[in-house]
Write a protein that binds this ligand. Structure first.
Ligand SMILES: [Zn+2]
Length: 399
């Protein structure tokens, strides 16, 4: 496979300039979550132009491409949507006009996730152009709406096309060129506290639901998750929002809603998460449920998404992680760091819910995501494209 790695690395070097131009053009297309229409149409055209065997936009609005029809089916995902560009004053330039200087490219989305997606696109193209993919079926998922409800649109993509039936996944998000074999899951828990509304001048006639919620909020704040995963560590719970139902500001609220973000590290089920909170709920006579969100994509496609995604971990000995480590070694003559992500990605659904083994990898520093300082090394961009292609080729070869 060393010979393949040399070919792929040379191909990516030859296409360095084109890759940078591709990413700069991609950045110039504003694709804030739920507004990815133009980016999807652009991406579909590019995939066709690059000789992908298939490219289409699905009913939800994801752009999907395919190279090869071999037995080793992989799905490689990165998202097209970004957070809002942010003000040019804070960036020091227009973040939709990528800036290229000193071997790096800056602008909204270069790290999260347009740079990694660019690398995936060129990986598929290289596999095709180098004629190395006869064993592979490389599905490229340029997905939407990840920033708001990760997992929901890739779920739609797979449900809409049963031919997408991968043995393993590559999720491309920045990882500082480290190999990722797991991340915590998450759930949004909605807790309702019921009191009795009354005019504030005669509060004794009612029961203030907000005050009644305080013992619950304090207990959640003190909670430490008992179970610990040896790789992912402990889960956590944080109160993120409190809402009151009150018709006016001189009425004590009859209902308070407490929302908490729960990070999951031990594969706890939704029922277990609620069960664990029972003693705290009793303090405020509250009820709890997992939140459900309605996603409406730019195509008007509606997805009801339960806000619960379990953690996922893939063993180092699994063929997809071994393929990633091998790809890295073949390209760079050194061993990779194999670790975890501290944040949640589309792998929450793709691996957490479906159980399909996954490897995460990407160029760039994730702490820059969503900031007004997103900057990506062009060397890393080019190298990561080679890594993605070699992960696919090594996986197919080792199968
Ligand atoms: Zn991302």
């Amino acid at each position: 496979m060393k010979e393949y790695a040399r070919k792929i690395a040379a191909y990516m070097e030859e296409h360095r300039q084109e890759m940078v131009e591709f990413l700069a053009e991609f950045v110039s297309i504003n694709s804030v979550t739920y507004n990815e229409k133009e980016a999807a149409a652009w991406m579909e055209k590019k995939l066709i132009c690059f000789g992908y065997d298939e490219a289409y936009i699905d009913a939800a609005g994801n752009c999907v491409g395919r190279v090869g029809s071999g037995p080793a089916a992989l799905l490689a995902d990165a998202h097209m949507d970004t957070v809002a560009p942010g003000s040019p004053e804070l960036w020091g330039f227009n973040p939709l006009e990528a800036r290229i200087a000193s071997g790096a490219i800056s602008g909204r989305g270069v790290v999260d996730d347009k740079g990694p997606l660019t690398a995936l696109v060129f990986a598929g193209r290289a596999i095709k152009d180098c004629g190395l993919g006869e064993k592979l079926c490389y599905w490229l998922s340029a997905s939407i709406s990840e920033e708001d409800v990760e997992g929901s649109c890739v779920r739609a993509m797979m449900e809409l096309n049963p031919r997408i039936n991968p043995e393993a996944l590559i999720v491309a998000e920045s990882s500082d060129m480290e190999i990722i074999r797991g991340h915590k899951g998450r759930a949004l828990i909605r807790m309702e506290v019921t009191g009795k509304a009354a005019h504030a001048s005669a509060a004794w006639r009612g029961e203030n639901a907000l005050i009644k919620a305080i013992p619950l909020i304090q207990a959640l704040d003190r909670h430490e998750c008992a179970r610990e995963d040896p790789f992912l560590g402990r889960g956590s719970i944080e109160v993120t929002k409190v809402e009151c139902d009150t018709p006016s500001l001189n009425t004590i609220p009859g209902r308070a809603t407490v929302i908490a973000d729960r990070r999951i590290s031990c594969g706890e089920s939704a029922e277990e998460l609620i069960e664990e909170l029972k003693p705290y709920l009793e303090l405020s006579q509250a009820s709890a449920s997992i939140d459900t969100e309605m996603v409406t994509t730019y195509k008007g496609y509606k997805i009801e998404q339960v806000d619960y995604f379990p953690s996922w971990v893939v063993e180092e000995s699994h063929p997809i992680i071994r393929a990633a480590a091998l790809a890295y070694e073949e390209l760079f003559d050194k061993k990779p760091v194999i670790t975890k992500w501290d944040f949640c990605t589309n792998a929450a659904y793709l691996s957490g819910i479906t159980g399909i083994p996954c490897v995460g990898f990407g160029p760039g520093d994730h702490t820059l995501c969503h900031s007004t300082g997103e900057i990506l090394s062009i060397d890393e961009l080019v190298q990561s494209a080679a890594v993605y292609a070699m992960i696919a080729l090594d996986y197919a070869a080792g199968r």
